[in-house]
Write a protein that binds this ligand. Structure first.
Ligand SMILES: [Zn+2]
Length: 182
């Protein structure tokens, strides 16, 4: 009788141990592969392409990093008022980076006077660094431009830009930080 009880108790704890092991294995091996997602981006500093991890943060984390206006534009698809941003009239030589993750977006060489009051460019630093998608909000069909690394909303792209591309990347100053280069 005692032997039988010991046998049952041993089986019971053995089963629990086996279940725990079973549960632990997939979690430990699956997490790193599922979270990491590398993309190819152009780096102005490296003067070439690099592999970079995509950036994912919670709303709370973004709010800690950004000012309320930066958060509204970059994370909530807001639009700053024309002629109010820091860089619509900036003529200095440098790189425009994503305010959220530092991804290089535009060069001063491709900035031009669009007369709109928003910083405008005829092409991004590299096609890979920005992502476009259809935006049908506000009863209009526009093409939204986002950061390829962290999905920040940057602005919209239109077909009324100058040569050679004919494109106008209409950006928000609040979604970018300007880094002066020699
Ligand atoms: Zn970004």
């Amino acid at each position: 009788m005692i032997n039988r009880r010991i046998f049952l108790i041993t089986c019971f704890f053995g089963l629990i141990a086996a279940c725990n092991r079973k549960g632990a294995i997939p979690v430990a091996t699956a997490t790193p592969a599922a979270v990491k997602s590398q993309i190819r981006l152009y780096s102005a500093e490296k003067k070439g392409y690099i592999m970079s991890d995509k950036v994912f943060k919670s709303e709370t984390e973004w709010r800690k990093l950004l000012t309320p206006e930066q958060y509204n534009v970059a994370r909530e698809q807001g639009t700053e008022q024309a002629f109010t941003g820091e860089t619509w009239n900036n003529h200095e030589h440098g790189i425009y980076q994503c305010v959220c993750c530092g991804n290089d977006l535009y060069r001063s060489e491709e900035k031009y006077e669009s007369g709109t009051g928003w910083p405008s460019f005829w092409q991004p630093i590299a096609p890979e660094n920005v992502t476009t998608r259809e935006d049908n909000s506000f009863f209009s069909r526009r093409t939204e431009v986002t950061c390829s690394r962290c999905a920040a909303h940057l602005g919209h792209v239109f077909n009324d830009g100058p040569k050679p591309t004919g494109l106008r990347y209409c950006m928000n100053s609040a979604a970018m930080k300007f880094v002066k280069t020699p």
